[in-house]
Design a protein around this ligand. Sequence first.
Ligand code: COA
Length: 171
Amino acid sequence: MSKIVSWEIVFGQDDQNLISECHRIRKEVFHLEQKFPLDTEFDDVEHIAYHFLLRVTEQDPASGETTIKSVGTIRGTTPDVYPAINRYKLSRLAVDIDYRKHKFGRLLTEKLHKWIQEDAKATNRPAVVECHSQIPAMGFYAKFGYTPEGEQFDEDGEPHQNMVVNLPLAE
Ligand SMILES: CC(C)(COP(=O)(O)OP(=O)(O)OC[C@H]1O[C@@H](n2cnc3c(N)ncnc32)[C@H](O)[C@@H]1OP(=O)(O)O)[C@@H](O)C(=O)NCCC(=O)NCCS
């Protein structure tokens, strides 16, 4: 069993290699594992969203050899992307099934929040974030201060809940 020796999160808006790694993980988790349709998984904001990718470095204890693997992703958009809501949006959070419960979902969410706080400060906008949570994931978002807003609704055939947090501005 390989041991995780380090991790890093990289992000960008137009790095096609990075985006295709994020898309690979999302296809694996949302389409193949959770059975969401592919045509709605990849939507019309992919090119203006910011894509975050978490990579781990693992070491084989026998050989000492190290390998780097992409295991998690999250997506963020600025308020101008959805003028009707005029809020930052967190979406497409996914961690490879074999790497869950290692705090990688937490690390991705914290990194996205940091980026939002800095952008909000630089652009003089409130750091209000919303996400459409699957029902089993609501407890995860609640850990970061998100609270439910409105009624549950159907998205891509599954019930979801809009959840919102107002982050403090970056110092
Ligand atoms: C939801 C998901 C991203 C969580 O990732 P993870 O790496 O396993 O979560 P972490 O280990 O970082 O957990 C962080 C904290 O949230 C808690 N947590 C994780 N999943 C949770 C859940 N479904 N409900 C409540 N709490 C949860 C953990 O216990 C941990 O608590 P702590 O920091 O207080 O000890 C992961 O399960 C996943 O990819 N699921 C499939 C895709 C999905 O459903 N995405 C959400 C779409 S809305």
